[in-house]
Design a protein around this ligand. Sequence first.
Ligand code: GLN
Length: 480
Amino acid sequence: MLHTQPIATLRRQLLAREISPADLLRSVESQISRTDSQIGAYLFRDLDRALAEAETADLSRPLGGIPIGVKDLINVKDQPTTCGSRILAGKYTSPYDATVVSRLRSAGAVPFGKLNLDEFAMGSSTENSALQITRNPWDPTRVPGGSSGGSAAAVASGEAVAALGTDTGGSIRQPASFCGIVGLKPSYGRVSRYGITAYASSLDQAGPLTRTVEDAALVLQAIAGPDPSDSTCIRQPVPDFSATLRSGVRGLRIGLPAEYFIPGTDPEVEAAVQGAIRELESQGAEIIPVSLLHTSAAVAVYYIIATAEASANLARFDGIRYGHRCENPKDLRDLYDRSRAEGFGAEVKRRIILGTYVLSSGYYDAYYTKAQKVRQLIRRDFREAFAKVDVLACPVSPAPAFKFGEHSSDPLQMYLADIFTIAANLAGICGISVPCGFTSGSPALPIGFQLLGPPLGEAVILRAAQAYEQATDWHTLRPV
Ligand code: GLN
């Protein structure tokens, strides 16, 4: 069962020559052929090429011989990028690697296949993919979360050893929690965005979805760090995460934000998260109540700023430079109109329209400028909290994975469910989701626990998450 092992275990076997990278890749591929017709995680794979890369993988590198799935809005050279959209599907093959992908390659990993997502990463369930449905490996009647739903479902089901996702408002942490795996959103600027299709440029970050906290640290170590191709990528050396991973939580100050423990959260989620906090307390962490006063404004602020940035970023899909072009355009205007009308799905159109509206003359100050001001207040809340505590602990999502169609008729309900993940992106801080229990129903659904850290504070959230993970066995449970 190679395909269900964490990276750290596989690396030991690879280095001892008990297995070869090709054995590992074949084990992953055979699991994909057994389960992906039900799960629907992959949009593209090139096994022959991956096998050739595995044969020559440098095992002395930190991720040598490890196959990693990639969310399909991250460019991998000579592979298609669809962004889960009809506007790109079948029309675009990337001529280059995103920085995160070239860094994975330098670390010896094999970027193996592209994973489904909500169209242009807009959504929380992967239901907005124009290309296929992805199911939750724990319960096929439920969504895997989103927008990195393919990445989370692949790792949870043994169809990938690890995967890359992106998180603009929760898209790594929420699907990780819905699928019972670990998902880490790095601080804004920790990881290069070069070669990743932009949704909301001031919020987007790429990061790992893995089976264990240690694996998340390994993948983050490989992809993080300054990049001359992304001016927003912070020029600071990346600490050695493995050096502090096992330092424990004795004396660590953990803040509980009052605004993240509110009525409306599923009682089983609340109980599992409280249990995780008690575990850390029993290991010697100090639990301190804090307040993040402007939390209730976060969803509204996000849907102004994210849609404004999206409306500008998505202007490049014009039927001329990239992607789908309509048949027999009457004139240039008709070409733009119909290419975009035919290529984009409903949610993407809704957001482009909303974003254009909040930026338009007469509304700019009322919406966009105001949202930027409130964003500063949200940042200040976190700054003040991190003056008193080292990390914050809270739920990832108010409820476990929901059923297909449950929220898709009401976009506002879908948006509001991101209340516990969105503020971290607005503030640029880092966050990790770790499995912390299951619901009592049948089938039981995974529940995630979130730790938030200050800007560039990945080492401390990894350390706290590791301390929790080591005391529990939630991360070892796999869907049948
Ligand atoms: N669910 C949020 C949205 O729909 C966040 C998505 C993301 O992080 N990419 O925008």
